[in-house]
Design a protein around this ligand. Structure first.
Ligand code: PLP
Length: 374
């Protein structure tokens, strides 16, 4: 049985008529840049994320970059974040001349550990950038209280977390800025690149809108130096249609995660310390990824590949050990939980259209691997 890590074709077939019609409407109008299609998308996503304003941008990476720009982050400023995330989180900080200050993760949630965060704050700290990794939110209650105490701005990297909740409140609505990605493999994926910044602050929303059109307002009169950070109308049309399905897809992902965890419990692999399933917390986890910790992870991954099961490692090489950040002077051992997670974790297929038979096959194959390893 083939079990790919992600199957976007099946999703597309199920919604083809509606998406195609929405795309055709944009093509017929020939209005490709901003306009009513992008506006409708912004309003829908902002409201879904419990925010007043949405500013459509060209990618999740640009959502982070433009938020940092709007906050005036630049040379010699420090931004506190996690080394266990996709490159763009720290990359966007460095592109503006600022310095990423890493804080290790909580090994249970894989998110920044707020208990060791406060000691990293200096006079140069401007922003805290937590990441809600794999679809589960960071400990925002503590992070918000630390930020308030030290008068710091929060920019949430919610690229993997649209619709996830912490005590009933949605990702992106805690910080001054919430950064979303519509990269095709995210829970709400476009047909290409796209992203959005959501915010509750009208002044910040206006600044973001100006920055995304080269800092001009009105057109050709440049108030500040921005860039071309616009969300494409074709992508906005796709995202708006897909948003109508997002809650059902999330429920399916959560159900798949539950099925995995139950089946793993039946194997007894957990009590032998061979496979650790994600802890089901009470907050709304949207399972962009279902992550296990696995004994002999790399060998298991090769075994699953032979069985035609797609898996992935998120992300090989924590950021503090990446070549391009060597000037920061971090060393192996500086962030032990991030380094350990990078060595032990494996993402299994969890996409909404996955069948129970496929999940059973994945767990059976993993069980078989550990039996043959003995
Ligand atoms: C995907 C992702 C990004 C970047 O989003 P793009 O749309 O690919 O630019 C940033 N941060 C995290 C945590 C991500 O998963």
């Amino acid at each position: 049985m083939k079990v790919p890590l992600l199957d976007l074709k099946t999703q597309y077939v199920a919604i083809k008529d509606k998406v195609d019609a929405a795309l055709q409407e944009v093509v017929d109008s020939q209005l490709f840049i901003l306009g009513s299609t992008v506006q409708a998308c912004e309003q829908a996503i902002a409201s879904y994320s419990q925010c007043e304003y949405g500013v459509g941008v060209s990618s999740g990476t640009d959502a982070l970059l433009i938020s940092l720009m709007a906050e005036g982050v630049g040379l010699d400023d420090e931004v506190i974040t996690t080394p266990y995330t996709f490159f763009a989180t720290a990359g966007s900080i460095v592109r503006l001349g600022a310095k990423p200050i890493f804080v290790d993760i909580d090994p249970v949630t894989y998110n920044i550990n707020p208990h060791t965060l406060e000691e990293k704050i200096t006079a140069r700290t401007k922003v805290i950038m937590p990441v809600h990794l794999f679809g589960q939110m960071a400990d925002m209650k503590l992070i918000v209280s630390i930020a308030e105490k030290h008068n710091l701005c929060i920019i949430e990297d919610a690229a993997q977390a649209i619709g996830s909740e912490y005590e009933g409140q949605r990702a992106g609505s805690f910080g001054a800025y919430g950064c979303l990605s519509f990269f095709p493999s995210k829970n709400l994926g476009a047909f290409g690149d796209g992203g959005m910044v959501v915010t509750k602050d009208s002044v910040r929303a206006e600044k973001l809108r100006t920055l995304r059109v080269h800092g001009s307002n009105p057109k050709y009169y440049h108030q500040m130096i921005g860039g071309n950070f616009r969300l494409d109308a074709l992508q906005a049309a796709v995202v708006t249609v897909k948003l109508g399905y997002l809650d059902a897809w999330t429920t399916a992902r959560q159900q798949n995660a539950k099925t995995y965890t139950t089946l793993f419990e039946n194997t007894g692999l957990g009590s032998k310390g061979l496979v650790k399933t994600p802890d089901i917390l009470t907050n709304r986890h949207i399972f962009n990824q279902y992550i296990i910790r696995a004994f002999q992870r790399d060998k298991l991954r090769s075994f699953l590949k032979e069985k035609e099961i797609g898996t992935e490692i998120y992300y090989p090489g924590p950021l503090h050990l990446q070549k391009c950040f060597s000037y920061l002077g971090c060393r192996q051992g500086d962030f032990p939980e991030s380094e350990k997670a990078e060595q032990e974790t494996l993402a299994l297929p969890v996409y909404p259209e996955l069948t129970t038979e496929q999940i059973e096959y994945v767990v059976d194959c993993i069980h078989e691997f550990y039996r043959s390893e003995k």
